[in-house]
Design a protein around this ligand. Structure first.
Ligand SMILES: Cc1ncc(COP(=O)(O)O)c(C=O)c1O
Length: 389
């Protein structure tokens, strides 16, 4: 039974809601499929972190936090960012604790993008960027990353910039391609937008997950870019607590002032007990500096387990994702392949076309290795049984 609406409303996002993600979710549930699709860990976080949250609640930290975040947490973050990346953000005016990276992205786009402004972003892309731009009356301008290594073509970026371009959205390490930007990429970006009013929105939620000795090239490592960037990150990804919904933004004070106005009326302040816990937990760098090694082992385990599968694995340089190609053994669309994997083999993955607004199909599927070893083994075993078609 549903309640029948007595009003007609004109949707602002008429095409959102019927995505392949919901189809995959339903099909996976029906077939009880092994979940290699979702970007959320299926293993527990550090019990010491949970204890800190419980202690914070017991000690009475259960009312509103300060609007932009707990000072102790902002101090811990500013100090971490200075130590790792060299940029000194002012705790009072340049750090904002948000209710997730998603909320930070929303606050940044809605605070800075005006109706008619153009926002350049790169596909395949995390699904929130374009709809949030459209909700502001902005115009998302999708550029395609270039296969096989999903590199940004900086000539394309130069050509796409118009007097209306207000923002460029960057994501490194990148979901879903698992590639990372280099120092040369940052220099190219800086040169292209020098002498403009273009803001960089830099989604760095996987900042602590880079492999094979790579260093994270975030905007805070590049002073010129830091001066025009909003950096967004997420405690959910770093501490295996995606359900806690706490993240943060860093930006120069003038830009941050606009984000804060949106944040104030959107949620006022992020969850207090979690902030108390993170403030304490962040003081031990080993709590986040070991993450690359942790996920590299999972990546390598999955690569070894899939050695006998018919899939060709693309290199994963960061994040907890890996792309797998089936172009050598099937002409099916990636959505058809993903459905067949669920129905016939009991394993759920994501078709890469879901990350393109025009549904581009490169015969690639995304695997998540943020999973315990038993799930990695079971998922890989299913993928090894796949028959060509
Ligand atoms: C690239 C990217 N940005 C942002 C997010 C959202 O992070 P949060 O869970 O903190 O909202 C995700 C989550 O999957 C992501 O992959």
């Amino acid at each position: 039974m549903t309640i029948k609406s007595s009003v007609t409303s004109r949707s602002k996002l008429p095409d959102v809601g019927t995505t392949i993600f919901s189809v995959i979710g339903q099909l996976s549930a029906q077939h009880n499929a092994i979940n290699m699709s979702q970007g959320a860990p299926n293993f527990p976080c550090d019990p010491a972190l949970v204890q800190r949250v419980m202690r914070a609640m017991e000690q009475g930290h259960n009312q509103y936090a300060p609007m932009t975040g707990l000072v102790a947490l902002k101090e811990a973050l500013a100090s971490k960012v200075f130590t790792l990346y060299g940029q000194q953000y002012d705790v009072n005016s340049e750090v904002l604790i948000t209710g997730s990276a998603s909320q930070g992205i929303y606050a940044a786009i809605s605070g800075l993008v005006h109706a008619g402004d153009e926002v350049i972003f790169f596909e395949p892309a995390f699904d929130s960027y374009a709809p949030v731009v459209r909700l502001q009356g902005g115009v998302p301008v999708a550029l395609k990353l270039q296969l096989p290594d999903f590199a940004i073509n900086w000539d394309d970026v130069r050509a796409a910039i118009t007097p209306r371009t207000r923002m460029i959205i960057i994501n490194t390490p990148h979901n879903p391609s698992a590639q990372v930007l280099s120092r040369e990429d940052l220099d190219q970006l800086a040169a292209i937008i020098r002498n403009s009013d273009i803001v960089v929105l830099s989604d760095e939620v996987y900042e602590h997950i880079l492999f094979d000795g790579r260093q994270h090239q975030g905007m805070a490592t590049h002073t010129e870019l830091a001066q025009r960037s909003v950096i967004v990150s997420s405690f959910g990804k770093t501490f295996h607590v995606t359900g806690w919904r706490v993240g943060y933004c860093l930006a120069p004070a003038e830009l941050m002032a606009e984000l804060v106005k949106v944040h104030q009326f959107m949620m006022y302040a992020a969850d207090t007990p979690m902030q108390v816990a993170f403030a304490d937990y962040l003081r031990q760098p080993e709590n986040y500096l070991g993450l690359s090694e942790f996920y590299q082992r999972k990546r390598d385990t999955l690569i070894a387990l899939l050695a006998a599968s018919p899939f060709r694995l693309l290199p994963s340089a960061g994040s907890f994702f890996m792309l797998a190609s089936y172009a050598d053994f099937s002409d099916e669309s990636d959505s058809e392949m993903v459905k067949r994997l669920i129905v016939d083999y009991g394993v759920a993955t994501i078709p890469l076309s879901a990350f393109y607004t025009d549904g581009t199909d490169n015969k690639l599927i995304r695997l998540s290795f943020a999973k315990d070893d038993a799930t990695l083994r079971a998922g890989a075993e299913a993928l090894c049984r796949v028959k060509p078609r």
